[in-house]
Design a protein around this ligand. Structure first.
Ligand code: ADP
Length: 696
């Protein structure tokens, strides 16, 4: 039998889904079960009435169909046929009646099993209230419908003397009770995970033993001993508390088995003239027994399913708690749960204790300070402003925290509001990013140094021109001052002429001052500062600075600056460096003779999508298409004294500004296109120095 259950069970679990036909042993088991069921039913049939108090054969076939794949069904029906013939023909029932009954019996099993498959799916069980309700529906519907057929057959064959409706009324409760008694046992035990007894504690085994033996004793006493008679109906309910005990503590399998024992003893006692139902074992009088048992079994199965559902829900909750605590303990971040009311940390993982400098026993003793106690005022407000809704974790907030030992750290904090045992709490996740921030600062420092060095290097290249540019106003100042002195020595004093000379001195001085100012700006090694920047102004300043260079190298500069250019969000000095790099590369490129006019074009464009572009073009030899990307690689240079850092640094600056820098192929020469997004900074950040500029 164990093997049969295993095979049926495996079919339920889907493991035998690939088998086309049931193993022979299973077919034999179905045949035997049907035969025994029919014999028991016949034993409980009192002639001349052709119906039993309880008819288990159909219920057993119904259970077998439920546990098997649909494609096995016809073989189960075929296996039941010889069993049916064997059992019924022994009773000298007319052959026509025997065959008709087989048809109605099979119909009942098929209706029940199809109904269950339709509503509960191919993997039946009685572990949920919904499944029990569906099963009870099937257990009522199948006998109700098949009884129409059965009663018609009996009348047709003329077996017995009962009328159609008496037959229908008698068969329905008898077969319904059988389904309610036997199918749950088969379903619940067949779907138990083997081996059945593994994991059962000794206490539970003893409890189960006590329950079953008490139930047996009480049922025998109530229904099968001579003690109880029709005058003591209160004994009827003696087993009920024990059945409830089974439902509450042991779930559907033991509940259904216990009920089967009780049902058997009730009917057995009654059929032997004992117990409260004595003399009611004939089908026409059996209704009270059947109703009594049906009214007990339905709520009992529901109670067992409800208990099972609760147990499964608790198990799921425990599993999710286990999962949470594993994730909590093994998280690479510091995590703590704190009470909303007083901020006290009630649970924390090892990372948290380590980060904040607490011991676990201190936490248990209630001296684990809240996260807020480790934060400065501003950070405390920021963290407190994180959303308090129960839901997903909030965004990260970066804070500076000071641990218990006084060590300052940079950390990212995120929170989630939860309810623990009805109390509002917060889960805080703290990620220590001190090391990351230190590395970033080091990298930034190195980057700034490198950027500064390359800028100084490119300016050094123009030192002669710059010196010359500076010399011009200085010479003008000197010669104007000397001229003024000479005019002062003359009589009469030509005040108007002296004023004009002094005016020219002032202009020349201003020009020198501008140059020095631009140079200092480019030479200084300030921190990155993103503000609103007018790219046209940046271009003008750089071109201004290099004016002498263009004259010296005989370069014609064509400037086309867009008049409606939006400001960009950027670091002025870095953007100046990009323009300086592009312009000085263009000048270098045009050093080589190409036979073309040396023309530098600098254009700014307001693109339709709102972005800003700067295009620097030259009439040099251009860039080979296969080198358009290579020239942006660090240390790629074709110049004798080149560093090969100008373009990679310029591209990095462009990207840091959310933009791009690309080289483009042109018919004559090269062109570089810098694209920057328009600023979204508020107007007050516009901090362009109001320096006068001169366009060459
Ligand atoms: P460097 O100027 O020190 O060589 P860059 O990164 O600024 O470093 O430039 C890398 C290389 O790109 C240059 O050596 C040159 O070969 C090429 N290049 C840059 N600009 C131009 C240009 N306008 N025309 C032709 N080649 C250019």
């Amino acid at each position: 039998m164990g093997r049969v259950v295993e095979v049926l069970n495996s079919s339920v679990a889907g493991r035998a889904a690939t088998l086309d036909r049931p193993p022979l042993i299973v077919l034999l088991a179905v045949m035997t079960a049907y035969y025994i069921g029919a014999r028991v039913g016949l034993a409980l049939t009192a002639p001349p009435f052709p119906l039993a108090v309880l008819w288990p054969a159909n219920a057993l076939l119904f259970a077998a169909l439920l546990l098997a794949p649909r494609r096995w069904w016809w073989m189960f029906v075929a296996a039941a046929f010889p069993a049916h013939l064997l059992a019924e023909l022994q009773e000298h029932v007319p052959t026509a009646m025997v065959l008709c009954w087989f048809v109605s019996n099979v119909c009942e099993a098929l209706i029940g099993a199809s109904f269950m498959h339709w509503l509960a799916g191919p993997k039946p069980g009685l572990n949920t209230v919904r499944a029990v309700m569906t099963f009870c529906g099937a257990a009522a519907l199948a006998p109700a419908l098949s009884s129409f057929l059965d009663a018609a057959f009996v009348r047709m064959v003329g077996f017995g003397s009962s009328d159609y409706w008496s037959l229908w009324r008698a068969r329905l409760p008898s077969n319904m009770l059988a389904a309610l008694v036997f199918v749950p046992v088969a379903l619940t035990w067949a779907t138990l995970e083997p081996p059945l007894l593994r994991g059962i504690t000794r206490a539970r085994a003893v409890e189960g033993g006590v329950l079953l033996s008490t139930l047996l004793a009480v049922s025998v006493l109530a229904f099968d001993s001579g003690l109880s008679g029709t005058d003591s109906p209160s004994l009827l309910y003696l087993p009920v508390p024990l059945l409830i005990w089974a439902a509450l503590r042991f779930g559907p399998p033991l509940t259904s088995a216990s009920f089967m024992v009780v049902a058997f003893l009730v009917i057995w006692g009654a059929s032997h003239g004992r117990g409260p139902f004595m003399a009611q074992a004939t089908p026409d009088e059996a209704l009270p027994i059947q109703l009594f048992l049906i009214t007990i079994v339905v709520p009992l199965l529901l109670l067992a399913a409800l208990t099972e559902e609760r147990r499964a829900a608790q198990e799921r909750q425990r599993a999710s708690q286990r999962l949470f605590s594993t994730a909590f303990r093994s998280s690479p971040d510091a995590m703590a749960i704190s009470r909303r009311s007083d901020g006290r940390v009630i649970e924390a993982n090892d990372h948290w204790l380590e980060l904040m400098g607490y011991r676990r026993d201190e936490l248990a003793a209630g001296s684990g300070a809240s996260l807020a106690a480790h934060l400065g005022e501003t950070d405390r407000v920021n963290v407190a402003s994180l959303t308090r809704d129960v839901g997903d974790f909030t965004r990260d907030v970066e804070v500076s925290l000071r641990d218990r030992r006084g060590i300052a750290r940079k950390a990212l904090v995120r929170q989630k509001a939860v309810e623990l045992n009805g109390e509002p709490c917060d889960i805080s996740i703290v990620r220590d990013v001190s090391e990351q921030r230190r590395t970033e600062a080091r990298e930034r420092e190195q980057r700034l140094q490198l950027t500064h060095l390359t800028r100084v290097a490119s300016l050094t290249e123009f030192s002669t021109t710059l010196a010359h540019e500076l010399n011009q106003p200085l010479t003008a100042i000197l010669s104007n001052a000397q001229a003024a002195l000479r005019f002062l020595a003359r009589e009469p004093l030509d005040v108007a002429e002296i004023r004009t000379i002094l005016q020219e001195i002032v202009e020349a001085d201003k020009r020198a001052g501008e140059l020095i100012h631009h140079l200092r700006q480019l030479m200084k090694r300030g921190d990155e500062e993103f503000v609103r920047v007018d790219l046209n102004q940046v271009v003008r300043q750089v071109l201004d600075l290099l004016h002498g260079e263009f004259v010296a190298r005989d370069i014609e500069v064509r400037v086309g600056l867009s008049s409606d250019l939006p400001q960009v969000n950027g670091d002025r000095v870095q953007l100046q460096q990009v323009v300086l790099n592009l312009v000085s590369n263009a000048c270098d490129a045009m050093r080589l003779p190409t036979g073309r006019e040396r023309t530098l074009s600098v254009t700014t464009i307001h693109v339709y999508d709102g972005s800003v572009q700067l295009v620097v073009g030259d009439t040099g030899p251009g860039i080979a298409p296969n080198q358009l990307d290579r020239i942006f690689e660090p240390f790629f240079t074709t110049k004798d004294s080149g560093l090969g850092l100008g373009l990679p640094i310029s591209r990095r600056i462009a990207r840091a500004h959310g933009g791009t820098l690309v080289a483009e192929h042109r018919d004559a020469g090269a062109s570089f296109r810098l694209t920057l997004p328009p600023t979204r900074l508020p107007v007050r950040d516009a901090a362009a120095p109001a320096q006068p500029s001169r366009t060459p």
